[in-house]
Design a protein around this ligand. Structure first.
Ligand code: NAD
Length: 477
C-alpha cells in the first residue's frame, strides 16, 4: 500500500479509499495508491506554504543548490531501485527505465547548479533613479504529471521549480506514480525540509481538479493531453493563476533525398518505438522525398519486421502499453486505417512470453496516409508510424505544419541552406537537424506552439517560467 507524502510523512487519504495499480506487462494488480480528494490537496498546500514561509524562502540560493545536488547524487546511488519501480509501474523495458532514472538525477544536477545563477538586471533610467529587477519565485507550485515518463517529467518540472525557490505539490498520474512517492521520500532522507515536496495521488477529475482550483496554488505546471490542458487553463484563468502547458504532438520526421539514410533509419525507428510510442515528442509522421520514398519504406519495413514487443523485464525493443484503454485507442486508429484502405508496410512481433492479460501492441508502419486523415492529425500515443511522400521543400513544410500541434520536428538533409530554411519555416518548439531529440539533453528548452502548449521547461529558460519578475525603481536624487 502506498501513501501520500505530505510534510515528509506518509499520510493516508482522508477518503480512506484506494486505487489499484496494474502491472502493464501482465495486467495484474500489484499495489494500491491513495484515492485522494480536495481536503488532501488542502493539507498539502498548507504544508507547502508553511515550508515556504518558514524555511525554504530563508535558505540561500547556494544552500538550495546543495540540497538539489544531494538529491541528484542519492538518485544516482538508488537508480537501480527507482528504475525497477518505474519499470513495473509503466511497463518500460530495462534500458528505458534506467535512462529515465539517469535523466531524473541529471535534472536535479543541472538545476542544483542553476540555483545561484539566476538573477535580475539593473536598467539605466532617468537621472536620480536606480532601477533593478528581481526574479522571485511564484510560491507554492502545482505539478500535474502524466504516466508516460513520471521520473523525467517530475525532474524537469519540480527540479526547475525548486531551483527558482518555489515549493511543490505534485499530482502524479493515477496509472503510474510509485517512483515519485519514492523520490519524495529520498528527498526527505537527504535533508529536504518538510513540506517542500509533497505528493498527493488520485484521479485527475478529483484530485487534479482540486489542485487546479486551490487558491493557495500560485503556478501550475501541467503535462498531459490537450483536452485536460484546456480544462486546467479555464480553471486557472478564473483566478489568473499562471500556467505552463506541455501537451501533445504529432511530430514530423522529414527526410530529403540527400539524407544519410544509414544515420536516419535507426533514429526514425527509435523516435516512434521509444516507450512504445507513448511519448509526446514521438516522431509519428514520416514525410519522405518522393525520389526515395519506395527505397526508404522498403528499408524501414525490413527493420519493423524484426522489432520485438514483450514484458518489460525482457528488455526488448518495446514493452506493453500502459493500460487496456490505451491499447483500445491504438486499435481504433488501426481499424480506421483499414476502413480507409491505408496500406500496412510492416509490423513487428509480440513475443510468445507475453501474457495474454498484458497490453501489447506490435509497432506498425503505414504508408500513403492522407494528410487530412485522423491518423495523420491526431496523437495515437502508440507505436504507429504514418508515412507520406512530398515532391519538394515547400510541400514538405506545408505537410509538416498541417496539424494542430507543434512540439518537435526532425529534418534529414545534407544541404546546409535547406537545414536553416527548414528550421525557420517549421512551426515547432524544437527542430532537430540530422538527428531526432539530440539525446534529450536537460539543458535544451522544451515546449510547444499551437495545441502543443506554451511555456518552456528544461534548461535555464524554465527558470524564467518558474519565477515572476519584480521591477524596483528607487528615486534617490
Ligand atoms: P491526461 O491529460 O489524461 O492526464 C495527465 C495528468 O492530468 C494526469 O495526472 C491526470 O490524472 C491529470 N488529469 C486528468 N484530468 C484532470 C482534470 N480534470 N483536472 C486536473 N488534472 C487532470 O493525459 P495522459 O493520458 O495521462 O497522458 C498522455 C498525454 O500527455 C498525451 O497527449 C501526451 O502527448 C501528453 N504528454 C505531453 C508531454 C509534453 O511534455 N508535451 C509529455 C508527456 C505526455
Amino acid at each position: 500500500m502506498q501513501f501520500n507524502f505530505i510534510s515528509n510523512a506518509s499520510v493516508p487519504s482522508s477518503s480512506g479509499r484506494t486505487i489499484a495499480m496494474l502491472d502493464p506487462s501482465d495486467g495484474q494488480t500489484y499495489d494500491e495508491i491513495q484515492r485522494s480528494n480536495a481536503s488532501d490537496i488542502d493539507l498539502a498546500v498548507r504544508a507547502a506554504r508553511q515550508a515556504l514561509d518558514n524555511v525554504w524562502s530563508k535558505l540561500g540560493a547556494a544552500e538550495r543548490g546543495r540540497l538539489l545536488m544531494r538529491l541528484s547524487l542519492k538518485i544516482t546511488e538508488q537508480a537501480q531501485e527507482l528504475s525497477a519501480i518505474e519499470q513495473r509501474d509503466c511497463g518500460k523495458p530495462t534500458r528505458q527505465a534506467r535512462a529515465d532514472a539517469t535523466a531524473l538525477a541529471r535534472y536535479f544536477e543541472f538545476y542544483a547548479g542553476a540555483c545561484d545563477k539566476l538573477h535580475g538586471e539593473t536598467i539605466p533610467y532617468l537621472d536620480g533613479y536606480s532601477v533593478l529587477t528581481w526574479r522571485e519565485p511564484h510560491g507554492v507550485t502545482g505539478h500535474i504529471i502524466p504516466w508516460n515518463y513520471p521520473m523525467q517529467i517530475f525532474g524537469r518540472s519540480v527540479g526547475g521549480a525548486l531551483a527558482a525557490g518555489n515549493v511543490c505539490v505534485v499530482k502524479p498520474a493515477e496509472d503510474a506514480c510509485l517512483s515519485l512517492i519514492r523520490v519524495a521520500q529520498i528527498a526527505a532522507e537527504v535533508g529536504f525540509p518538510a513540506g517542500v515536496i509533497n505528493i498527493v495521488t488520485g484521479y485527475g477529475h478529483e484530485v487534479g481538479d482540486a489542485l487546479a482550483h486551490h487558491s493557495g496554488i500560485d503556478h501550475i505546471s501541467f503535462t498531459g493531453s490537450p483536452r485536460v490542458g484546456t480544462l486546467i487553463q479555464q480553471v486557472a484563468a478564473e483566478r489568473h493563476c499562471p500556467v505552463t502547458l506541455e501537451l501533445g504532438g504529432k511530430s514530423p520526421q522529414i527526410v530529403f533525398a540527400d539524407a544519410d539514410l544509414d544515420a536516419a533509419v535507426p533514429a526514425i525507428i527509435n523516435a516512434i518505438v521509444q516507450n512504445a510510442g507513448q511519448t509526446c515528442s514521438a516522431g509519428s509522421r514520416l514525410l519522405v522525398d518522393q525520389a526515395i520514398y519506395e527505397r526508404l519504406l522498403l528499408r524501414l519495413g525490413q527493420e519493423f519486421e524484426h522489432l520485438r514487443v514483450g514484458p518489460a523485464r525482457l528488455d526488448l525493443d518495446l514493452g506493453p502499453l500502459i493500460r487496456q484503454n490505451q491499447l483500445q485507442r491504438v486499435w481504433d486508429f488501426l481499424s480506421d486505417a483499414q476502413v480507409a484502405n491505408i496500406p500496412v508496410v510492416a509490423q513487428g512481433i509480440v513475443v510468445e512470453e507475453s501474457p495474454q492479460s498484458g497490453f501489447y501492441q506490435a509497432p506498425v508502419l503505414l504508408r500513403d496516409v492522407p494528410s487530412g486523415h485522423r491518423l495523420a492529425q491526431d496523437e495515437v500515443f502508440g507505436p504507429v508510424l504514418c508515412a507520406m511522400s512530398f515532391r519538394d521543400e515547400d510541400q514538405a513544410v506545408e505537410l509538416a505544419n498541417a496539424t494542430q500541434f507543434g512540439l518537435v520536428a526532425g529534418v534529414w538533409t545534407a544541404d546546409g541552406g535547406r537545414q536553416f530554411r527548414m528550421a525557420k519555416r517549421l512551426r515547432s518548439g524544437q527542430v532537430f537537424i540530422n538527428n531526432y531529440g539530440a539525446g534529450g539533453g536537460v539543458e535544451l528548452p522544451f515546449g510547444g506552439v499551437k495545441s502543443s502548449g506554451y511555456g518552456r521547461e528544461k534548461g535555464f529558460e524554465a527558470l524564467h517560467g518558474f519565477t515572476t519578475l519584480k521591477t524596483v525603481a528607487i528615486k534617490h536624487g
